[in-house]
Structure formats: structure tokens, C-alpha cells
Design a protein around this ligand. Structure first.
Ligand code: ATR
Length: 275
């Protein structure tokens, strides 16, 4: 049986094994997919152990995506752009790195939610690894403007510079450079991990779609704030999680699994929490 794993910390509540087992069942495959607790600095050793056991692939999550990028033998164009790796494939004795996060977000918005990105004005809160992974794919999807805001302004400045795209601006305390109004406001911060709301400028949400890259209760603070402040829709990142996993599955198994039944099952299993 082929072996795969998700590596990170904390990892106990990762839904990846459940998602990949569902994909395997839906596509008639038998795979073993494990959670492995790996702390910052421990990825190289964990990957050697996985390869020695016959592991063929790994999903990489917080806080290891940068480490995986540094370790990957041949990062894909997507990984190079994100400067982060969330999918590793064991090929010819080396770990090949890719990043499927941005594609997962774009596919959830455009395909699952029926919300085209072309010509949209987007406001992005956060400038860490999660934000880095989605800016390239959002720009490729044809958005009109991307305005970045981060608690630590220097990181937002660096991300704007790394994009090198005239559509990308930084919101300053003196007011956003492009807009409002915004069509889409994305929370890519880690604030929800502690149930907190990140700081952001006033007046972002009127008529906008709000999207949190986190899912379930961790997205609640942001999405309920957005709804209370005029957002027309508020979505968590469960669909993105399933879509990025589907792209990893495709890289490993050569077939794209159906995602709608897996998403529906997870949503029911999460217990229909109130956003
Ligand atoms: P990730 O890979 O999950 O993005 P990260 O690289 O540590 O993790 O980045 C976390 C992001 O969440 C950053 O944008 C961080 O802001 P800072 O750059 O100022 O640290 C943001 N963040 C985390 N906790 C936050 C909070 N309580 N309020 C606002 N932003 C927060």
C-alpha cells in the first residue's frame, strides 16, 4: 500500500487524512495517509524517515512550508513564486516541491462558489506564508487590484515588492492605495487560531465577499464581523482546503478526484457551526 503523510505542528486536528482517504475511495485506490507531528527544524529528518519507510508524498503545513521550500530538490514554478511548498513528491530518490494552496483558493472561489475573479478589487489582510501562497494565483486569475495590509507594515512592503506587479499596492494608515470599495476581502492571518480578529482599516466590507483561509470555528470571528459590517457573503476556507488537497492527489496519483462529496461530508462532520 502506498504511504503518504501530512507533516506539521500542531497536526492532531488536520483533516488531510480524512480528505485523502475519501479521494482514494472515490477513485478506487488504496492508500495509507498519516499525520506526523513535526516541529520547526525537524523536517529534513522527518522526510528521510518517510522516504525510508517507502513514503511517496507529503503534505506540508504550518510551520514547515518555508522549510520544505528550502529542502525541495526541484521547486515548481508555483512553489518558487510562493516561496513555500505544501506538497512534496518522492521521485527518483529526491523530494520534488510544489504549492497547490493558491490554486485551491482560486478554484473554490471560481468553481465551487461560482464567483469569477476577473476584474475584481481584492483586499488581502496578512503577509505571512499563507498570503504569499495566494497572491500569484489571484493575479493570474485576472483581478484588477490587490491591496495588502499587515499588522507589521514591513512584511506587507516586502510582499508588494516581491509581486513586482502594478496592480499590487499596500494599504497605509493614511488610507488604502486602491479603493475601497472592494469586491473581495481575504483574511490570510493566523489571528483566528486564537479566536482573534486581525486589525484592518474601517469600511472594507460593504457589498464585498469576505473569505477566511481558515475553516470552521477559527474563521468565525472574521466572518461574523464581515457579515455585521455589510459583507454580501462570508465563506470559510474549507473548500480551499479540499481543492488544494485534490491538486496534491492529482500530482501523486495522476487523477483529479471529485471534491463536492468530500466537501459536503466534511461540512456535515464539522457540525454545521454558525459562521
Ligand atoms: P502563515 O504561514 O500561517 O501565514 P506566518 O508566516 O507566521 O504564518 O504569518 C502569520 C500572519 O498572520 C502574518 O501576516 C501575521 O502578522 P505579522 O506579520 O504582523 O506577524 C498575521 N497575524 C498573526 N496573528 C495576528 C493577529 N493577532 N492580528 C493580526 N495579524 C496577525
Amino acid at each position: 500500500m502506498s504511504l503518504y503523510a501530512v507533516l506539521g505542528h500542531p497536526i492532531d486536528h488536520s483533516l488531510s487524512p480524512r480528505i485523502h482517504e475519501d479521494f482514494a475511495a472515490l477513485t478506487g485506490r488504496i492508500v495509507r495517509y498519516e499525520r506526523r507531528e513535526v516541529r520547526a527544524g525537524g523536517l529534513a529528518q522527518a522526510l528521510s524517515a518517510l522516504a525510508a519507510e517507502g513514503g511517496l508524498g507529503a503534505n506540508i503545513t504550518v510551520p514547515l512550508k518555508g522549510e520544505a521550500f528550502a529542502l525541495a530538490a526541484r521547486p515548481s514554478a508555483r512553489a518558487l513564486r510562493a516561496r513555500a511548498v505544501n506538497t512534496l513528491s518522492w521521485e527518483n530518490g529526491v523530494w520534488i516541491g510544489d504549492n497547490t494552496d493558491g490554486l485551491g483558493l482560486v478554484r473554490d472561489l471560481t468553481h465551487n462558489l461560482g464567483w469569477p475573479l476577473r476584474d475584481r478589487r481584492v483586499f488581502l489582510i496578512g503577509a505571512g506564508g499563507a498570503a504569499q501562497g495566494i497572491v500569484g494565483p489571484l493575479l493570474d486569475a485576472g483581478i484588477a487590484t490587490l491591496t495588502l495590509f499587515n499588522r507589521t507594515p514591513e512584511r506587507a512592503r516586502e510582499l508588494v515588492a516581491a509581486c513586482a506587479d502594478a496592480r499590487v499596492h499596500r494599504a497605509t494608515t493614511g488610507g488604502p492605495a486602491a479603493g475601497p470599495p472592494y469586491d473581495l476581502v481575504i483574511n490570510a492571518t493566523a489571528a483566528g487560531l486564537s479566536g482573534a480578529l486581525p486589525a484592518f482599516p474601517d469600511g472594507l466590507f460593504e457589498g464585498a465577499m469576505a473569505y477566511d483561509l481558515m475553516y470552521g470555528p477559527k474563521a468565525r470571528a472574521f466572518l461574523s464581523h464581515a457579515r455585521a459590517h455589510g459583507a454580501r457573503a462570508a465563506e470559510d476556507g474549507l473548500g480551499m482546503l479540499v481543492e488544494q488537497a485534490a491538486e496534491s492527489f492529482r500530482l501523486w496519483h495522476g487523477v483529479r478526484p471529485p471534491t463536492a462529496p468530500v466537501r459536503a461530508r466534511l461540512r456535515a462532520w464539522l457540525g454545521g457551526y454558525e459562521l
